[in-house]
Write a protein that binds this ligand. Structure first.
Ligand code: KIV
Length: 272
């Protein structure tokens, strides 16, 4: 299993870091079998697994339940757990206590939190002070959806561009060992990646970040969301629906179950 230093070493060697989200035992098993470098149990689970409109209603208990399942499915992969909305916003003490719960109760390797404002930097420093590795996340931070007025690319105006760049530097200073850059212009993703010594992981942040993260359901064609920055590698939802349709048809027409699928078929001799 890779650790935070191994991921940092990858940046030094110019090796791209592969991160994908996973939310349960079976998705984690697939991610581990595919050999990803790190798995993020994102609070995006609120949208793609629980069906909420945004990530804000996800709780610490949701994150613990799903992350523990991911750890069982991927016992040998580095795992990062998202800190949900309002689990680190109140005070550095609240941030430490919740990070410790997520870290200890899920056996994850790190936690991630959103934002680069002064109070977020305090939260990062407080958690790192408890020996818990922290991943920062700036740019289009989904927990700020109401402040942003939707999921909009950030850093298009010069003032925001400079602020995001500054925030990235400050999260590194506060002790984050890696940073997710979401929904920003490619040039900004590149400049931040070149100016930081910690690895940058992009999602809609262009081609020059040190690694990429994608939401499992988006690249596999499970979610209904379509975004410019996503490439679909499979059409799993369609395959599942087709499978269920065939199953339904066979039940209705009596093609399933066949003799192969039943215990002690009626017209066979029972073994005594
Ligand atoms: O929750 C999540 O899946 C994330 C990624 C989009 C980076 O934070």
């Amino acid at each position: 299993m890779k650790n935070s230093s191994d991921l940092q070493e990858m940046k030094k060697k110019g090796e791209k870091i592969v991160m994908i989200t996973a939310y349960d035992f079976s998705s984690a098993k697939c991610a581990e079998a595919a050999g990803v470098d790190t798995i993020l149990v994102g609070d995006s689970l609120g949208m793609v697994v629980l069906g909420y409109d945004n990530t804000l209603k996800v709780t610490i208990e949701d994150m613990i339940r799903h992350s523990s399942a991911v750890r069982r499915g991927a016992p040998n992969t580095h795992i990062i757990v998202d800190m949900p909305y309002m689990s680190y916003h109140v005070s550095p003490i609240q941030a430490k206590e919740n990070a410790a719960r997520l870290f200890l109760e899920t056996n994850a390797n790190a936690v991630k939190l959103e934002g680069g404002s002064p109070s977020r930097l305090e939260a990062i420093a407080a958690i790192v002070d408890c020996e818990i590795p922290v991943v920062a996340h700036i740019g289009l931070t989904p927990q700020s959806v109401h402040r942003f007025g939707g999921y909009k690319v950030q850093g298009k105006e010069v003032k925001d561009y400079e602020r995001i760049k500054e925030e990235a530097l400050l999260t590194e200073k506060a002790g984050a060992f890696m940073i997710v850059l979401e929904g920003i212009p490619e040039k900004l993703g590149r400049e931040i990646s070149e100016s930081l010594s910690i690895p940058t992981i992009g999602i809609g942040a262009g081609r020059y970040t040190d690694g990429q993260v994608m939401v499992y359901h988006d690249i596999l064609g499970i979610s209904d969301y379509t975004f410019k920055f996503v490439k679909k590698y499979q059409e799993i939802s369609r395959m599942i629906t087709e499978g269920i349709e065939t199953y339904s048809e066979e039940v209705r027409t009596g093609l399933f179950p066949t003799k192969k699928n039943v215990y002690f078929p009626e017209n066979d001799d029972l073994k005594k």
